[in-house]
Structures are given as C-alpha cells and as structure tokens.
Design a binder for this molecule. Structure first.
Ligand SMILES: [Zn+2]
Length: 191
C-alpha cells in the first residue's frame, strides 16, 4: 500500500538525512543510533511519540507502523520482538524502526498524502511515492552518502550496522551513473 505525495528527489532527501543526523547529534561518522533516536524523538519532534507494543497488537508480518491521529500527531508503534532485535543490533530491524520514524518526519515536512486513495506498490513514480521517500530517507540516514563512497559491501554493513541487502543496494548505487538531466543528454550528442 502506498500514497501519492509532493515530489522530492534523492538529492533533497540526502540533505534532509544530513539534517536529521545533526538534530539527533549523531557523532559516529557512519552508524546512526536508531535506538537513541527512538527514545529521544519526542524531545526532538514533539509531534511524534514512540511506543513498543506486544507482537500481536500489530497484524501479520508488519514489523512497525506510524499511526497519524489526523491532528498533526504521529505515534510510532514497534513490535517488541523488533525492538529487542534492533537493540541487539540487527540491521534489518534497525531499518524497520527508522523507516517509520522517516514516515513521521516526512509528514511533518509536508510530504503528506495528496490523494485519499491508496496505490499498489510500484504503481507510483518513485519521487512522488510516500514509500519510496521513506525508504530513501532511511537509507540516506543509515548510510551517509559521501562517507560510504568507495567502501565495500562488508565495510558498509559493519560500519553502518545495516543488513546485507541495504549495503548491497547502496554499493550498487555508486556504480550506477547518476541520471543525466535532459540538457546533459543533449550536450552529449553534440560532443
Ligand atoms: Zn513505509
């Protein structure tokens, strides 16, 4: 399930990620302390509160969720098994929690749903999809772009404490050429 929101770009999200790391006073060059952010988010963003809930309080295989009260407040609920795993340092679980924090932060920044109807996964263009935006912001916070450039998958995994999949995604991103603007594409044809 996905929702359409105001467009943004990977570059803009990268800037927001840097700002979020600063807001939470992240001192480590690589690893972002998700558990510390979870504890401190109400003091940094008073419109957001966090809750650890029993596993059976959230249906199915959903690890965590961000619940809006439609009056501008967001509650992040995390299953206790996910919370415990994240506290032990499981990369994928850390990302689950931060993903929901990112949903709340993006909503507070104005990236709220602009249509009532929900969309299926991959039905929206990435830059206007709430899911893509939360995933991208989460990745940028966990694996700072400049700092992780040139690192191996293994190094990214260990230094940033992320899952192998996340580290591989980030690693492969550096090998892909940056998308060219229409002007750059045309200029290439001339020279
Ligand atoms: Zn999501």
């Amino acid at each position: 399930m996905d929702y359409k929101t105001n467009p943004t770009s990977r570059k803009e999200l990268r800037g927001i990620a840097r700002f979020v790391r600063k807001l939470f006073k992240c001192k480590n060059k690589y690893r972002f302390d998700v558990m510390d952010a979870f504890e401190r988010i109400p003091s940094v963003f008073p419109a957001v509160s966090c809750l650890v809930v029993e596993d059976d309080e959230i249906e199915g295989d959903i690890p965590a969720r961000c619940v809006p009260d439609f009056k501008g407040h967001y509650t992040i609920e995390v299953k206790s098994s996910i919370y415990d795993g994240a506290a032990e340092g499981v990369g994928g679980y850390r990302a689950h929690i931060l993903h929901e924090i990112c949903h709340a932060i993006l909503c507070l920044l104005g990236f709220t749903p602009i249509l009532d109807r929900a969309f299926k996964n991959n039905e929206l263009k990435p830059f206007e999809s709430m899911e893509w935006q939360a995933k991208a912001l989460c990745g940028e916070i966990l694996m700072p772009y400049e700092e992780t450039e040139g690192l191996s998958v293994r190094q990214i995994r260990h230094l940033c404490q992320v899952s192998r999949e996340s580290a591989e995604l980030r690693y492969n991103n550096y090998r892909k050429p940056e998308p060219k603007t229409p002007l750059e594409r045309r200029a290439r044809q001339w020279f």
